[in-house]
Design a protein around this ligand. Sequence first.
Ligand code: PLP
Length: 295
Amino acid sequence: MTDALVLIDPAASTVEVSELSAPQLPVTDLSAHRGDGIFETVLVSLSGSGVTVVNRERHFTRFCSSASALGLPDPDPGLWDRALEAVIAKVRGNDPTITEFGVRYALSRGTQNPDGSQSPRGWAFNVPVDEKIVRARAQGISAVSLDRGYDAYLGSKAPWLLIGAKTLSYAVNQAAGRYAAEQGADEALFVSHDGVVLEGPTSNLMIRRGDRLLTPDPEAGLLSGTTQRLVFDHAAELGLKAEYADLGLSEVIDADGAWYVSSMRTAVTLSQLDRNPIKRDEELTAKLQALIMTG
Ligand code: PLP
């Protein structure tokens, strides 16, 4: 897949196709050394009949609420649409046979000007559906639980923690992934300090118990997932009742099926937690993957 990069200037309302391999960001950009910015990653699925940007609106709505939480300027939907379309066109132009890829778009607070003002800047580029994702979709994953370090439902009392905003500060999430790998697991599962299951470092957790599909409440202290909400909106078509719930680790282990869901993964079976096997529901895995892929 050839790389495509689009630079977005929110003040000038322009998008410009550029080179991903060329230097772009001044080291003084506040995203580079403060993680001060926001992003989204959307899955683009292509078939004979056309292009689906999965959950396009849900992603943009979350992008806007993240901007608001960080006090960044409201993203202009027309401008970000143009950027997304430019990346998609470039990738398809370079590889007409491609069937799926991701587009990551970001808004940084930019650089601090001498007069104290800031110059937010944005960008969008393509990311591949890599081998690790393809394998996880087919085979499932294992996870190890890790303390997230705060109690559940802290977010409303501490808005400065930006729990629930999709910021560019992912060093903790990356570290959790590495820690899980050192423990021999594919993924981490964050649990609040008081024992409520939250989410993976880059995905939401869902379990099936009988005819109910359960997921942790975003208010408990996690990112409200676009994929999880898509699945919840269509749960009745799968013969399931969807509900938010406070879950403990033993409830995940005892479930009739468990999944990590996210834009790039779609839905992957969680088959082991803290070395305990979890029942697999491959029929539902296939249905979830097909549902999410068609957006
Ligand atoms: N939780 C976190 C921390 C994430 O980074 C992500 C992925 O971006 C998700 C959940 C799943 O969100 P989505 O389904 O919108 O990709």
